[in-house]
Design a protein around this ligand. Sequence first.
Ligand SMILES: [Cu+2]
Length: 108
Amino acid sequence: MLNIWILGLCLNLITGYFFEHSESFPPKVYTVEIKGMEFLPAQIKVKKGDTIVWINKDIVVHTVTEEKRKAWTSSLIPIGKSWKMVVKESSLYYCTLHPVMKGQIQVQ
Ligand SMILES: [Cu+2]
């Protein structure tokens, strides 16, 4: 009887958790390529807790920087290197070296 009660409690905790946090389980990893002075894809839809990896496949250095408050930044991503971040919220981002380069993260 106690076993069933504990099992029920566990299920409640688990389902409660997933209702409150609509995160991917397991979290997913998405890739954004930086190429030809563009983020590809420029718009990406993810869930909170997913990871995005930006890979610099361009011939110059770039950054990935939150646009409004500079809440986060990759700093310089050298050619051929990558930078990753666990997503917490929807953001617009850009490259501080080339402000015309813009991207968007949409948390669903
Ligand atoms: Cu750039």
